[in-house]
Design a protein around this ligand. Sequence first.
Ligand code: NAP
Length: 245
Amino acid sequence: MSDKKIALVTGAGRGIGREIAKTLARDGFFVIVNYAHSSAAADEAVNEIKAEGGDAVSMGFDVADFAAVEKVAADIIKEYGHLDVLVNNAGITRDTLLMAMKEEDFDAVINTNLKGTFNTMRHFSKYMIKNKGGRIINISSISGVAGNAGQANYSASKAGVIGLTKAAAKELGSRNITVNAVAPGYVDTEMTQVLSEKVRESILATVPMKRGGTVADIANAVAFLASDKASYITGQVIQVNGGMG
Ligand code: NAP
């Protein structure tokens, strides 16, 4: 059991997820830092949180594994008593043009980004209902809002996350559970480091604010949605993209 509010951030060992975890810890949450492969990075994130006086643990599981997530949800509730905030941040890309896209590239991206988000929402929402409230914040993308060439799989997964968010908001509103999405534009992380300088420059040229987003830009929007200040906001997509699209 914990007196603090508990937040689970998926894929929080690195990138945007790590910053979300650190920001929520600064706001007083006990944070569960999920990872799938990067256990050392997740431990580093936990150490950074503790160094700032916060509380966190790391927890390895694959969000795409329905049965594993069911067990994790039961274990978390047994250990901590409640889950107050769920942030679905875990995501992958397998970029290529539609004509060249392999079936496994499509399936992998849908399984992690969309089904992974379904899996955690499916298994944690029942405990949030029992607890009479909660916040679910799903990380979508500008690609899910506007579509992006070379990212048919990723764009479909992130558009799917928006549909899932809006449907769940309608189902769970009466249970005092809000469900929202944050759709980042371009943010410099390991995910975007695979892009060539030319592609990066062409993306940034479309940003009215003439810069990429920072991990803090995204984490601050998530922290707002997790806070008491956002208690009447549900079913929305907050685009954090410097005016793109
Ligand atoms: P990143 O640096 O590549 O980090 C991705 C994170 O997802 C990692 O922590 C990774 O953990 C985790 N992850 C991947 N597969 C997982 C799985 N099956 N189960 C659990 N965790 C898993 O990417 P990022 O840029 O921080 O992206 C974070 C989120 O923002 C993603 O949903 C992404 O689609 C979205 N987004 C990013 C941008 C951008 O410009 N960077 C723009 C729009 C949206 P492991 O290393 O442990 O696998």
